[in-house]
Design a binder for this molecule. Structure first.
Ligand code: COI
Length: 355
């Protein structure tokens, strides 16, 4: 529940950009709505909670996050129901993860009430931006960064929390060819891999580009020490159907605890599937690809939802997976999740948050 005591000042645009948005082609994260949410943390308190027209932000070149990377973010989605209501999927889980990232990056935490109120009010103010179509949603990007001005290495004493919205289409437009990465690492045990912090994404860019130049859409990251265990994929967690069981790497300090990952595992267990969260070895995937027991592979994440993997490259050999149409579990789950988020299924886990 949101308490009424969260007071957000709202300044609306004079003219909506939507008036000129006719026929815009929706990609992922390229268009932003009319408004944004801003709040500042100073003297141990969150203050100046405000929704205002989407605009540039001005800051000192000495702002600490630019130099030392105290910067964290979240991603979640709002969907329209068939009756035109708006539902946000599991925002409490994103609030909890933002605070877990904040603790790891030594940043201020944000009360859940402010997080939920900011998102709900902003989505409501920009509700006309909800795109139509089964592939589309209103992507919500909350983020926080250190704003104190100094050059010594220490935690910032001031932070800014913001939320922006982007009407978005599908993140991936086709099944993915992925490469098992055995040279670079995304994260290591004891590092910040389980926090949703900007640097993890920066670290992934060069390896991803090299993979792309070699013909792969994404990477399957392995552990930094031995490169023998699968960790996650690109912007998503990774799941497989091996010998009829759903398997996925167990979370650790080097794997992001995905909310879509958790949702899928919960639903799969409810449906009676055997689910294993454990070490997933590259060798067993290779074996499963060779003997046909690896029947499905897919990435799971908020932006991508379920992204089918069509081919996996291991040590220079590309292995094709069975056709997308044959994939019973991931197809059924993708369709169920889409319907659940649009209010067409019973919300038995209380995951939907009405705007
Ligand atoms: C999300 O799935 O929301 C993400 O944060 C991935 C993103 C980096 C595009």
């Amino acid at each position: 529940m949101i308490s009424e005591k969260i007071d957000i000042k709202i300044t609306r645009v004079a003219t909506s950009k939507l008036d000129n948005a006719e026929g815009l082609e929706l990609q992922f994260g390229k268009i932003f709505t009319d408004h944004m949410f801003v709040a500042d943390y100073e003297n141990g308190q969150w203050t100046k909670l405000e929704i205002k027209p989407f605009q540039n932000i001005e800051m000192s070149p000495a702002t600490s996050f630019i130099h030392y990377g105290q910067s964290i973010f979240e991603g979640l989605k709002a969907h329209a129901t068939d009756d035109g209501e708006i539902l946000i999927f599991r925002p409490q889980a994103n609030s909890a993860r933002l605070n877990s990232s904040a603790r790891r990056l030594c940043m201020a935490e944000l009360p859940e009430e402010i997080f939920l109120s900011a998102i709900k009010t902003l989505v409501d103010v920009d509700r006309n931006w909800m795109p139509k179509g089964e592939e589309s949603s209103l992507y919500i990007r909350p983020f926080m960064f250190g704003t104190e001005e100094f050059l010594g290495v220490k935690p910032s004493g001031k932070y800014r929390f913001m939320v922006i919205l982007s009407p978005s289409g599908a993140y991936y437009s086709k099944p993915l060819r992925v490469k098992v990465e055995t040279h670079y690492a995304r994260a290591m045990e004891g590092g910040v891999g389980s926090a949703k912090t900007s640097g993890n994404y920066a670290a992934s860019l060069l390896p991803a580009r090299e993979g792309f130049e070699a013909g792969y859409d994404q990477l399957l990251w392995t552990d930094a020490k031995t490169h023998a265990r699968i960790e996650e994929s690109g912007t998503m967690n990774a799941m497989f159907v091996l010998n009829g069981k759903i398997i996925t790497p167990k979370t650790s300090t080097s794997i992001l605890p995905g909310i879509t990952r958790d949702s899928i595992l919960t639903i799969a267990r409810d449906w009676g599937y055997e689910v294993e969260e454990r070490d997933v070895m590259v060798a067993e995937l290779k074996n499963g690809l060779e003997n046909g027991t690896l029947t499905e592979a897919f990435g799971v994440g908020t932006a991508a939802t379920i992204a089918h993997i069509s081919e996996i490259g291991i040590d220079g050999t590309d292995y094709k997976l069975p056709s997308i149409e044959s994939r019973e579990f991931s197809n059924k789950m993708a369709s169920y999740l889409n319907n659940l988020k649009r209010g067409r299924e019973n919300d038995t886990n209380n995951w939907l948050f009405k705007v």
